[in-house]
Design a protein around this ligand. Sequence first.
Ligand SMILES: *Cc1c(COP(=O)(O)O)cnc(C)c1O
Length: 376
Amino acid sequence: MPDPDRRLLLNLPPYPATGYAKLADRIAALIGTKNDVVFVQAEAVVALEAAATSLGAKGMTALNIVTSPYGELFGFWLRRAGADVIDLRAEPGLPVTVAAVAEALAGADRIDLVALVHAESASGILNPLPQIAKLAREKGALFLVDAVASAGGYELDVDALGIDIAIIGPQKALGGPASISAVSISARAWQAIDRPDAPRRSVLSLADIRHNWLDAGRGVLAGMPSALEFQALEAALDRVEAEGIAGTIARHLRAQRAARAGLVAVGARLWVEEERDASRLVTTILLPDGLDARKLAEDDAAVAAGLSAGIGCVASKLLRLDHTGRRASREAVLEGVRAVGRILDKAGVGTDAASADAAVAAAYAGEFGTGSGDTN
Ligand SMILES: *Cc1c(COP(=O)(O)O)cnc(C)c1O
């Protein structure tokens, strides 16, 4: 007998065609842009592939900043589209430095595009977005940002920062569905995308979306819009707007601070030493020698507590605690910190479970008042 709640998912009416533009406008407001916001009806990594495929062209030179497998993929797609790509790789698992970006830009005659991931869920780092935005502008380059793991966790003022293309996924801090993505595109970026030799008649073609949806008056989306995803996106935006985007951001900051304090209290070693370099969506710890994150994260209890192994070349050494979206709450952070405490305890690394509770409670009570901030 199917779960009756789940059967409701089968009976959704089509999402009204008049609703898409409103959703796009609400996302534009959340990220501070007057640029066009378009939807890619797929998970965010497909929106990234669409952006790279649509922008990349022969004769274009891109500076692609790599701080995770997402950046590696982005460079691959740009090259496949014909662009010359300079990959700037940061130290494994760490943020890129502003000096390294400045040097790479200074060393190139012309850079048409700079691509950056803002916050990394793979390793729990934050890249210095405002400084890199400024450097990209000074070089006259288009600036593309993968903001999937930062939208909702950080203020993202797309127009003030001069971000030409921002990729947004609702499934992280915004607590929404995973199979619909949004892309904001500036007029300058459209010039690079909507050119005579641009890829067309493809799900990866942003030019198609411009012609089929924007130019047609934002009435009907091409193809079959997913009612499930759009209903879920609307519900997620309702919830974020009810909390206020500033509240959502503050809740993620609280969760980050509590996670960091709690993890230190149980004797874990934070991978990112400075809070300003660390993601508000996940906190990573460096495991003691002999412990393998991938093995630890297989455990059902660990998964339930929001733990997973890092992604990429430092994966086996890093254990991530997810405090994104619904998990950005005191209860979820405490559960995750306690789980790490148990793991370290079992491995014979001295821990003190009670201190985890005290540290998390202090982080929530001290600076931020006593509310758990969980509105989910
Ligand atoms: C989650 C995430 C994505 C999108 O990945 P999906 O598998 O499509 O959800 C892209 N970039 C970053 C930095 C992410 O954290």
